[in-house]
Design a protein around this ligand. Structure first.
Ligand SMILES: [Fe+2]
Length: 260
């Protein structure tokens, strides 16, 4: 799946609207400043580096985050309707956690985690348009995301920290200490982590289905890379059709959009 430049711009605007609507001052201003600083990188990031995962295309990250926010708000209603104690967290905490749950995927201050694949064999045979940037030191996605927030003086609550940290649920063994405690005192005292995990799981599954089920139904080769991939383009073919993304300054990123 590919997004047009207009869709990428609309998704970005929608993301900013969630911050404006749900995040209170003083951190709203800090968050808007952070997202504005990294707009070019975040707006064009994929949500994953492999097509077998989910939303591995330019703009896939923001599209995924928006879906997680929507699913989290809907999941919260479902939990409430079944009797969950909603006084244990706020809607702001829910939206803040969903908004930033995968922020660690962006990489470091200066380097993207996912960069254009340089191995043509992997690109053509395996459909890998991205690869990990080895300049970025290892850290888990939640750890890196929380580090980025604190590096920019964006405070987060205890609830938000635990929710972001455990958003992968028990798919990440590191979360067992939070989610598999047998003592009552050790269990989370809010349903927020479970709601966020369900929202993320739901979003990623839907994104997987959208990408792969039609092809599996048609009995196509899952990795028919040449026919389905976008290209990241070459820097000598700058065009000016990305009016919707006039705020993007980087020529490399403009090229990427020209090839969508
Ligand atoms: Fe996610």
């Amino acid at each position: 799946m590919n997004l047009t430049a207009e869709q990428i711009q609309e998704n970005w605007n929608e993301l900013m609207e969630y911050i404006n609507e749900y995040i209170s001052e003083p951190r709203k201003e800090k968050l808007l400043e952070f997202y504005s600083t990294y707009q070019e990188r975040l707006a064009l990031m994929p949500a994953a580096h492999k097509k077998e995962y989910h939303n591995a295309f330019p703009g896939g990250y923001v599209e995924h985050v928006l879906r997680v926010i929507r699913c989290a708000l809907k999941q919260a209603e479902l939990w409430e309707s079944e009797g969950a104690d909603m006084s244990t967290f706020t809607v702001e905490e829910l939206v803040f956690s969903a908004l930033n749950h995968d922020l660690g995927k962006m990489g470091s201050e200066d380097e993207d985690s996912y960069i254009s694949q340089t191995d043509n064999w992997r690109r053509e045979k395996l459909g890998e348009e991205y690869m990990f940037n080895t300049k970025v030191q290892f850290a888990s996605v939640p750890d890196r995301g929380l580090f980025m927030l604190q590096s920019h003086n964006i405070p987060y609550t205890f609830n938000e920290m635990v929710a972001i940290q455990t958003h992968d649920g028990l798919y990440d063994k590191a979360n067992e200490k939070y989610l598999m405690g047998y003592m009552v005192e050790q269990k989370p005292r809010t349903s927020l982590p479970f709601i966020l995990h369900q929202a993320d799981l739901m979003a990623a599954r839907i994104e997987f289905e959208r990408e792969w089920l039609p092809r599996l139904k048609e009995n196509k080769q899952p990795l028919d890379a040449k026919k389905t991939n976008f290209t990241l383009g070459n820097k000598n073919t700058i065009q000016s059709k990305n009016k919707a993304l006039g705020t993007i300054k980087s020529e490399g990123l403009k090229n990427m959009l020209d090839n969508l």
